[in-house]
Design a protein around this ligand. Structure first.
Ligand SMILES: [Zn+2]
Length: 396
């Protein structure tokens, strides 16, 4: 979940993807892309379908008329591994965080209980390999919003036992132990409790997610964490200079630590103009409206009426992947779509069924199969294995 989005839909452009896809499918390279895509383990580290399951009670067994994900479209897109966001909004920071998180987790459990032949819960890399080899989707969970821990190591450990495998240290709000990139800083990064929480996450094998946290908090995590970390849904500031994205220096440090940046597909994360506008609105909300994200829709609509922006494109998305590869090599980038958390997806990547287009575009840019497989999921699996290994080493 980025910001509950109210981005406009560009109906005229909806005709375009069909044309682009038809062109691609007549290219022999498209067949090769599909084969590579099928052989790869395709991982996405951030989906907000969970919010739809809880709030709308959607039935994902059939094709939904709206949104970005359901089981038929996931299968069509060759998606093998999905981390479902257990998203706890900032408004639960004072009360009800763990309750909301458990409702979200229950929705994921209910989903896998309802469709056991198609999707199963995974909590380890070995689970993922087993489930995917049976032709099923592996479902994992990541907690989004560290305030839902209510500063309790007990809750952190219980969430891990219930299946949560990453924690996004903050959401849009600074909490009692970590600063957010979209709120007033209170700690200059992580405070002492934050460092202890990171250490406990290392010990129990919980991946640390640096998406949403402030730059200072990111550097503190780099200093403290004994295991590689992930950015589950962030893109590159060098292309779209938006504060939720990562600078080149941050990406270099993340790579040095052995971690991975999972590229967010939202137009605000991918496109320079969208990023600029998003940054401006985020700053206004922080400085003028005291963090009231209710202002988001109003401000966006007003600016968009005056000056509409066309959505990002598939090319923009591939440019971000390419940027990370040029900067640090092919081992530190992956996919963190934010499906059903953003509404303005790129033209050519309108929902999860379009994922093979990424493989096709990477092939067109001369990427080797080996590197494409890393980007599609291998890199994330490497980080998760490493986090498991560090936890085993740190012991009780
Ligand atoms: Zn988010």
């Amino acid at each position: 979940m980025v910001l509950k989005s109210v981005f406009p839909v560009y109906s005229a452009l909806l005709l375009l993807p069909g044309l682009v896809l038809a062109q691609a499918q007549s290219d022999p390279l498209w067949q090769k892309a599909l084969e590579i895509h099928r052989r790869a383990i395709v991982v996405d580290t951030h989906s907000d379908l969970t919010s739809r399951l809880v709030d709308e009670g959607v039935d994902i067994g059939g094709r939904l008329p709206d949104g970005h994900q359901d089981l038929p479209r996931m299968q069509e897109g060759g998606l093998d591994v999905q981390f479902f966001s257990v998203y706890v909004a900032a408004r639960y920071a004072k009360k009800g965080g763990p309750k909301r998180a458990m409702e979200m987790m229950d929705a994921v459990y209910r989903m896998v209980e309802t469709f056991p032949d198609r999707i199963q819960l995974a909590t380890s890399v070995s689970d993922i390999y087993r489930i995917v080899s049976q032709g099923k989707i592996a479902a994992l969970m990541g907690l989004e919003g560290g305030h839902a821990l209510e500063n309790s190591m007990h809750i952190l450990r219980m969430f891990h036992r219930m299946g949560i495998r990453y924690v996004t240290l903050t959401h849009s709000n600074t909490n009692d132990w970590c600063d957010s990139s979209t709120d007033q800083p209170r700690w200059g990064g992580l405070n002492d409790l934050g460092e202890k929480i990171v250490a406990e996450m290392n010990r129990i094998g919980m991946m640390i997610d640096v998406s949403h946290i402030s730059d200072e908090a990111f550097w503190d995590v780099m200093r403290v964490s004994k295991a590689p970390v992930i950015a589950s849904h962030s893109s590159c500031r060098a292309i779209a200079n938006m504060q939720r994205n990562m600078s080149d220096d941050m990406i270099k440090a993340l790579a040095k630590n052995g971690g991975v940046i999972m590229i967010n597909f939202g137009s605000s994360f991918l496109n320079r103009e969208w990023g600029k506008r998003t940054n401006y609105i985020l700053q206004q909300i922080r400085d003028k409206y005291r963090g009231d994200f209710g202002m988001w829709g109003k401000m966006w609509d007003e600016m968009n009426q005056k000056d509409p922006l066309p959505p990002a494109t598939l090319k923009d998305l591939i440019d971000h992947i390419d940027h990370v590869v040029r900067l640090v090599g092919p081992d530190y980038v992956g996919l963190g779509s934010d499906f059903d958390g953003v509404s303005a997806l790129p033209v050519g990547m309108e929902d999860v069924s379009k994922l093979p287009a990424i493989t096709y575009e990477l092939l067109k840019r001369g990427y080797k199969e080996e590197d494409i497989r890393k980007i599609l999921g291998g890199n994330l699996l490497r980080v998760m294995s490493e986090v498991e290994r560090v936890a085993a080493e740190l012991g009780q």
